[in-house]
Design a protein around this ligand. Structure first.
Ligand code: NAD
Length: 254
């Protein structure tokens, strides 16, 4: 059965892969993203999707996006609260407070606004899935990445709590934890972490691979496979979980 899917941070990376994969199986997809050019590209490539420029930390902009989605879709079956940013890398004593706040703002506050909207609709419907993108940084410590790690652990707390609040109303809430995902974002993260640790980019990349049991990175499609499973009746009893798609992370300590 066709579902109504809303994705934040959906104009590139994992979010765009999720959007494509849901759309390919016949779902209606709406997405927002802060990057206006990427949004325009998605809208041009996928005229059936509702793609809008909106920053997840801007309450008014998000409300305008949600209002438009509600009018178009008359409800929502799946929310992917996916928008995120890596934030700064550095020793805690060197981190800038503004950068800390910006990282928490996008990853955590942005998820709050999206979850609050979806929860209102889904509770009234008596059904729905909220799927939050956390990270392997949501269950490990990662030196030099304290704001990102704090935000991603925070998302696991939100997941557990909303599963309890919304479960009795028939709404499921889960989080996915991507490992290192092939793509432009991880290339940026590698550069940043190498600079902070003193290792080379290639040494840092090798440590990520060595730190997983399957000796692998993952792809956006690996994440989409999990999202489609969670949105299916086969996962009808799965809620309150953090599901890692990461080849099993043994260590994230460079
Ligand atoms: P990405 O940078 O390729 O895509 C993120 C998207 O979010 C971009 O289109 C960006 O414009 C958008 N975005 C950023 N800030 C925004 C804001 N304030 N409002 C709206 N949109 C905003 O990154 P990705 O790898 O696709 O990451 C998606 C999610 O997966 C993030 O939450 C990220 O933390 C998480 N994650 C990624 C990896 C990885 O290896 N790539 C690993 C673990 C978790």
């Amino acid at each position: 059965m066709s579902q109504r899917v809303v994705i934040t941070g959906g104009a590139s990376g994992i979010g765009l892969t999720l959007a494509r994969r849901f759309a390919e199986r016949g779902d209606r997809v709406a997405l927002c993203d802060a990057d206006a050019a990427a949004v325009a590209q998605v809208q041009a490539d996928h005229p059936d999707m509702l793609a809008r420029q909106a920053d997840v930390t801007d309450e008014a902009a998000m409300q305008a996006f949600f209002d438009e989605v509600e009018t178009a879709f008359e409800g929502v079956d799946v929310l992917c609260a996916n928008a995120g940013t890596g934030g700064p890398a550095g020793r805690i004593e060197d981190l800038d407070y503004g950068e800390w706040q910006a990282c928490i703002g996008v990853n955590l506050n942005g998820a709050f606004l999206a979850c609050r909207w979806a929860a209102r609709l889904m509770r009234a419907q008596g059904s729905g899935l909220i799927l939050i993108t956390s990270s392997t940084s949501g269950f490990h410590g990662v030196p030099y990445r304290s704001p990102y790690v704090a935000a991603k652990w925070g998302l696991v707390g939100i997941t557990k709590t909303l599963a309890m609040e919304l479960g009795p109303a028939g709404v499921r809430v889960n989080a996915i934890a991507p490992g290192a995902v092939e793509g432009a974002r991880m290339e940026r993260v590698l550069q940043m972490e190498a600079k902070a640790s003193g290792l080379t980019v290639e040494e840092t990349r090798a440590l990520y691979v060595k730190g997983t049991s399957l000796r692998t990175w993952v792809t956006g499609d690996d994440l989409a496979d999990m999202a489609l499973f969670l949105a299916s009746p086969a996962a009808g009893k799965v809620t309150g979980q953090l599901l890692a798609v990461d080849g099993h992370t043994e260590s994230m300590v460079p």
